[in-house]
Ligand binder design. Structure first.
Ligand SMILES: *Cc1c(COP(=O)(O)O)cnc(C)c1O
Length: 413
């Protein structure tokens, strides 16, 4: 391990936003004053107990936190049987961190509320956001409705067509959805458009980013807001089992639900950590696994691993799960991969579909297709662990939004 080199994995980023060679803020000069202003206000808010108290109050009474840490007994039993049949080591005890029970059905609201409270502190009245599958757009529209703020959501026109129910939801919440016609008309293009809006509306506008990516301080700020997931898990596991978990699993789109669970455990060498990217049709075909199949480059204001062609042009990711097809990944994950602290795996569409069904039938919990990717790797690795191994998988969202996609693939409707 690189333990001598990094005396703390939790210390990053440096003051310019670098996680090793990753991160930073590669933005137009016109955007710099906005980013510096945001950073200054975030640093002040972090130290203000009133800010934390207001956020905690909302997380409790509006979101419904803490989310349970649930022992998935039947999944555990099934995988222990598999362990016995395949000569495994007994099979781990599996816990679900139930982020799918949050208001709006996923972890995204944790981050959005943090950013919206910050926007209010800064006196901003107009909130902009990008969205791909629509989940971050819905969470942002929700928080804006709650605080009476104007909300504009940029969404690729292809995604507007693919994700109709979430477009209706945003409209009902009073947000304006702007279809983006440039590029591939998906998430990357929506994010470009939002950044463009931000530089042209400098006075009243706050850009609420949906994952642990973008220019510094966003990756660290979004991580901080999502750390409630890992902080709660640590406390809950202590209460239930009297010790730390042995391994953590989470799916990775941009990486926010994963870093939120992982970060509070990074300096615990006994805790194994696994991030799961979307391998789509397979790593040798179309996929969305930026770490496994991409190269370092610069996109959306930071240096990280990206899916690129040989000319350095960004390629579209593919995943059955619209929330995982971002062609990049948050810079802290790029760094955690290089340092070896986190092991990054990938699951195909087919593996995620199988895990989705397993979870629904054994636990009565329909997971989103995103965490089904993490569950797919749990199903592989849990049987190789001993029975006293405590495993936690983050169920980042619920699967109601995905039932038609799954039915299409299974030919069930
Ligand atoms: C958006 C989303 C993801 C992917 O985003 P991360 O920033 O990687 O967490 C994962 N799960 C669900 C349920 C989502 O809505």
């Amino acid at each position: 391990m690189l333990a001598e080199k990094f005396n703390s994995f939790r210390s990053g980023p440096d003051e310019r936003g670098h996680f090793g060679i990753f991160g930073g803020r590669f933005v137009a000069e016109t955007l710099m004053p906005l980013i510096l202003d945001l950073e200054k206000h975030y640093e002040a808010a972090k130290k203000d107990p009133a800010f934390k108290a207001e956020l905690d109050h909302l997380l409790t009474h509006y979101v419904g936190r803490p989310s349970p840490l649930y022992y998935a007994e039947r999944l555990t039993e099934q995988l222990r049987q598999k362990s016995a049949e395949t000569g495994g080591r007994g099979g781990a005890k599996i816990y679900f961190k139930r982020e799918e029970l949050n208001h709006t059905g996923a972890h995204k609201i944790n981050n959005v509320l943090g950013q919206i409270l910050l926007a209010r502190r800064m006196g901003k009245t107009r909130i902009i956001a990008e969205t791909g599958a629509g989940q971050h757009g819905v969470a942002t529209a929700t928080a804006c409705a709650r605080f009476g703020l104007e909300c504009i959501v940029y969404m690729g026109s292809v995604d507007v067509e693919r994700q109709k129910p979430n477009v209706f939801r945003m409209n009902m919440l009073g947000a304006k959805v702007v279809p983006v016609q440039s590029g591939a008309k998906t998430l990357k293009d929506a994010m470009n458009e939002a950044l463009r809006d931000w530089v042209t509306n400098v006075d009243d506008t706050f850009y609420c980013i949906g994952t642990a990516a973008g220019p510094h301080p966003y990756p660290a700020m979004v991580r901080d807001f999502q750390c409630v997931i890992g902080d709660e898990t640590r406390k809950q596991m202590q209460e239930i089992e009297g010790r730390l978990p042995d391994s953590l699993f989470a799916c990775i789109g941009g990486g926010s639900n994963a870093i939120g669970l992982f970060h509070p455990f990074l300096d615990e060498p006994s805790v194994e950590i696994y991030g799961v990217e979307a391998a789509g049709y397979g790593l040798d075909k179309q996929h969305a696994a930026s770490l496994a199949g991409g190269r370092p480059g610069v996109l959306h204001g930071n240096r990280t691993y990206l899916l690129m062609d040989s000319d350095g042009q960004i390629e579209e990711g593919h995943s059955i799960s619209a929330g995982l097809d971002y062609p990049g990944i948050g810079p802290e994950h790029a760094w955690l991969k290089e340092t070896g602290r986190v092991t990054y795996l990938s699951a195909t569409d087919a593996e995620a579909l199988a895990a989705f069904q397993l979870c629904a039938k054994l636990e009565g919990i329909i997971p989103a297709l995103e965490p089904a990717h993490a569950l797919a790797k749990v199903a592989e690795i849990a049987p190789q662990k001993q029975q006293d191994h405590l495993l936690v998988v983050n169920i980042s969202g619920r699967g109601d939004k995905d039932i038609f996609t799954v039915a299409d693939h299974l030919g069930g409707m």
